[in-house]
Design a protein around this ligand. Structure first.
Ligand SMILES: Cc1cc2nc3c(=O)[nH]c(=O)nc-3n(C[C@H](O)[C@H](O)[C@H](O)COP(=O)(O)O)c2cc1C
Length: 171
């Protein structure tokens, strides 16, 4: 699929087929992640790819609203050095790169709330994160076992040209 089609077709997937995601594909997802833009080119991140079903099961138990991580082929935890100015934005940019690249590989994903949540420290500890790294995002990644058409606001509701009041591109 071309990039625009992947972006437009993407929806959060919470049901996965029990098929492993090849390590080469997961490696390429992280290669795409590491090329995302970062403030001051700081690249403050470490990406932990969890394929071990036992560890995924533990994360699924810990992460609130992330139980489907157990069924997904992999879970990707994005950590970043919290002493950098833009580590949250950087991590989110990398996460979206993973989501789009995963879509191009026919994989589904779901972002799981993980930044400074009640379960964040337990996941940091489980995955052995050093004290200067913080968990920013958590993603389930796997082959979809559902089709989603989650409703979106129409383009005309959210696009303004040149000014908050501008609805006409040619005005
Ligand atoms: C920052 C963030 C946190 C999210 N956390 C969760 C979560 O913990 N569990 C979950 O099932 N979905 C989570 N989602 C997915 C959203 O529920 C989903 O993106 C939203 O409902 C829109 O649906 P769509 O992704 O299919 O367009 C999260 C998404 C974002 C961007």
């Amino acid at each position: 699929m071309d990039t625009i089609a992947v972006i437009k077709a993407r929806r959060s997937i919470r049901r996965y087929r029990s098929v492993a995601v090849p390590n080469a594909v997961l490696t390429d997802l992280i290669d795409c992640a590491r090329l995302a833009p970062t403030g001051y080119n700081s690249q403050p991140w470490i990406f932990v790819v969890v394929t071990d079903p036992a560890v995924r099961g533990q994360i699924a138990d810990i992460a609130r609203y992330g139980s489907f991580i157990r069924q997904a082929g992999a879970c990707i935890a994005v950590f970043a050095r919290s002493d950098t100015e833009t580590y949250v934005e950087d991590s989110c940019a990398a996460t979206e790169n993973i989501i789009i690249a995963a879509g191009a590989y026919g994989l589904g994903t779901c972002w799981v709330n993980a930044y400074r949540k009640s379960h964040s420290q337990a996941i940091e500890k489980l995955l052995g994160a050093p004290a200067d790294y913080e968990l920013v995002t958590l993603l389930a990644v796997g082959y979809p076992d559902e089709e989603k058409k989650t409703a979106k606001k129409p383009l005309t509701d959210v696009l303004r040209w040149n000014h908050f009041d501008g609805t006409d591109a040619n005005a």
